[in-house]
Design a protein around this ligand. Structure first.
Ligand code: NAI
Length: 661
């Protein structure tokens, strides 16, 4: 039982209500034993907490995930759980919404017994053994709260954690407030729980989070412009896979495959790289084995330098350097080494997958599988199909992503695919804001205050500034041979900020070199500190180029960066790179740290109001006519002209022939 039917939230609720039902079970004179198999989540766990005893199967999972939907557990969960397991453990489960295994539930004291056998049968036997025991002490609502001496301190720290984790989300904070009320007599605590729930239930944040929940499921129903879709395409089984290139990404991808139980051939170019990768991968796997407390066959992974092992694999994921010539050569080699039916996938983040496909003997079996760093943690996978990818290849990559525990989103091939394509105008605006007078920390703090996991400059320092530098060089925007314009730089006819290139030229590549847009404790450090050198560098740059710095407010930072990103999102829709705007929201929430409680960039645009987004873009475009990314997209204009329809109707308004596919 995984709690409420969320679809019911948008309709008038029908009875019977859960709270009186649970109270009646608890108050009853017959002992009630909850037999838990599978999931006991949300209302499911709250019901179990109202029973007098709980028996769980060893594979069962328990949790109160309401916070992830912008809500709190409101059928007594916030009042009974702290009474049962204490405030600190209850706060942790309720604020994070995390699930615990049956074994952990036993340790915490949530269940009375764990069994490997049929939980129902064990529960019946258990009931016989306790049938004569008095029930008085089994009714959790009558238990006095377990208040440790430092409870105030515990609650204060939980509140601070809720603010920090929530990045502006209300529900984690309300969770702490509700649990805090478990200090009061049960009936008063319940009143407080209901009050907080009513406030959240009607909130835009809860609606946005529920939209996220449904969106992440909706993207599984993928489709392609040629009519192929999830419903009419069959995935192939992947019995063995290979990962080629075991750098940052390849290592994480190999870990994902092994954790999913898929045998892996892991390949590198030389012994030294292979050894380094082996150490990291095995350490990551051993950590997972300890964490999950499950048996994992570490022999599933075979490290090698020899291509002959690739003959036996069903699918290859290539993660070598981001270099088109290198990748094309590798794909040509794979065509002759691998079985003709082997799927060839690339983890490229920017390169043209169509071009890679043409380098192979089987363009129909080539797709992009774009993972996000760290690949063993981030739940997103962009599956990039080309004009020649077969439905079967797409279905297989989508299915494999799911098997690896990712949310897979099918996207058509275009420069940067979806996520990185939308990111470009956003990063670009941030650079322009520095030229105009902002500092990296001003821009970042506005974005982080909005709820992004990391501001643009901290994110760039983390990824490495050389990544974008290489892309700009490849695009001919910087590097030898490109005229270094003067003053406000212009490249290829448009405004271009060379600030990031200048920073890279100084050897400041981000965290890895100990400095970038910020200063770190040393190479590989994580603590970003504002850097006086960067401030002086920006002042000098503005002086040399005759730029008068102005004070830039938080609102301008948000509008310039976020609306430019959203505007590109509308262009992605016009080009039919995806079939539905929910895909863009899923990609941003899961892959780019966009705050889930705003729904994602496109949903957020709808909430702000499309006329407002359009109006602000028009305003900024008048002020900066040399920035094409601020020019409102045709689709945005069209939608506003049609009275701003809701997000699920946007695709109806795309003009025929607008797609560049
Ligand atoms: P990396 O530089 O950390 O690793 C590349 C690895 O490939 C190196 O260990 C190198 O020895 C190996 N290699 C090079 N040529 C090879 C060959 N012919 N055969 C076998 N191994 C070979 O690079 P990283 O960051 O892991 O990126 C790999 C790919 O993933 C690139 O296409 C990149 O654009 C993409 N990507 C990177 C992300 C990131 O955040 N780093 C995110 C998503 C995609």
């Amino acid at each position: 039982m995984s709690g409420a039917d969320i679809r019911e939230f948008s309709r008038p609720m029908t009875g019977p209500a859960l709270v009186p039902l649970i109270d009646a079970i608890e108050a009853g004179e017959k002992p009630v034993v909850a037999a838990i198999e599978g999931m006991a989540l949300g209302g499911g766990l709250e019901l179990a907490l109202g029973c007098h005893y709980r028996i769980a199967h060893s594979k069962a999972q328990l949790g109160l995930p309401e916070v992830t939907l912008g809500l709190i557990p409101a059928a007594g969960g916030t009042q009974r759980l702290p009474r049962l397991i204490g405030f600190p453990a209850a706060l942790d489960m309720i604020i994070t919404g995390r699930r615990v295994s049956a074994g952990d539930a036993l340790k915490l004291g949530i269940v009375d017994q764990v069994t490997e056998r049929n939980a129902g049968e064990v529960a019946v036997a258990f009931a016989r053994s306790v049938v004569d025991c008095p029930l008085v002490s089994r009714r959790l609502s009558t238990w006095p709260p377990l208040c440790p001496a430092d409870l105030d301190n515990i609650l204060q720290m939980a509140l601070a954690r809720a603010w920090q984790r929530g990045r502006g989300a209300l529900a984690p904070v309300a969770c702490v407030q509700a649990v805090q009320a478990a200090r009061l007599p049960y009936s008063q605590g319940m009143q407080q729980e209901q009050k907080l729930m009513s406030m959240l239930f009607a909130s835009p944040q809860a609606r946005a989070l529920q939209y996220c929940f449904f969106s992440q499921r909706a993207v599984g129903k993928w489709s392609m412009p040629n009519g192929a879709c999830w419903d009419n395409s069959t995935a192939r089984p992947i019995r063995k896979a290979a990962v080629i290139g075991l750098g940052t990404m390849g290592r994480g991808i190999a870990v994902c495959l092994v954790l999913a139980g898929i045998p892996v051939i892991a390949m590198e170019t030389d012994e030294k790289q292979l050894e380094a990768a082996r150490r990291v991968v095995m350490a990551l796997l051993e950590k997972e084995v300890q964490k999950l407390a499950v048996g994992l066959h570490l022999g599933l992974i075979h490290f090698t330098l020899e291509q002959r092992y690739l003959r036996e694999v069903d699918l290859v994921i290539e993660a070598v350097f981001e270099d088109l010539a290198l990748k094309k050569q590798l794909f040509a080699e794979l065509s002759s080494v691998c079985h003709p039916d082997t799927l060839l996938c690339t983890n490229t983040s920017q390169l043209d997958v169509d071009q890679l496909a043409t380098a192979t003997s089987r363009p129909d079996l080539v797709v992009g599988m774009h993972f996000f760093a760290p690949a063993n943690k981030i739940k997103l996978l962009e599956v990039v199909f080309t004009s020649r990818s077969s439905p079967e290849a797409v279905a297989t990559a989508m299915q494999l992503g799911k098997w690896l525990g990712k949310v897979s989103v099918a996207v058509a091939n275009c420069p940067g695919f979806v996520g990185n394509r939308m990111l470009r105008p956003y990063v670009e605006q941030a650079g322009f804001l520095l030229e105009e007078g902002a500092t990296p920390e001003q821009v970042d703090s506005a974005l982080e205050h909005f709820g992004l996991a990391m501001g643009v400059f901290r994110m760039s320092d983390l990824s490495g500034l050389d990544v974008g530098w290489r892309v700009r060089k490849a695009a001919g925007l910087t590097g030898p041979g490109v005229p270094q314009g003067q003053l406000l730089q212009t490249q290829q006819g448009y405004r271009y900020s060379p600030l990031a290139d200048l920073i890279c030229q100084k050897g400041r590549l981000g965290q890895k070199t100990g400095c970038g847009w910020y200063l770190y404790e040393g190479p590989g450090g994580h603590m970003a500190r504002p850097d006086p050198w960067v401030h002086a560098f920006l002042e000098e740059y503005r002086r040399v180029h005759g730029l008068q710095p102005r004070s830039i407010g938080q609102q301008e930072v948000l509008e310039r960066c976020l609306f430019a990103l959203i505007n590109e999102g509308f262009r992605v829709l016009e080009d039919r790179i995806v079939m539905d705007p929910v895909a863009l929201d899923v990609i941003y929430v899961l892959g780019y740290g966009w705050p889930a409680h705003t729904g994602g960039p496109m949903y957020y645009a709808g909430e702000v109001g499309l006329p407002r987004v359009l109006g602000r873009l028009e305003y900024y475009q008048r002020v900066h006519p040399d920035i094409p990314h601020l020019r409102p997209s045709a689709l945005l204009r069209q939608l506003v002209a049609k009275g701003s329809p809701p997000i699920h109707k946007w695709m109806w308004h795309i003009e025929e022939g607008s797609s560049r596919l």
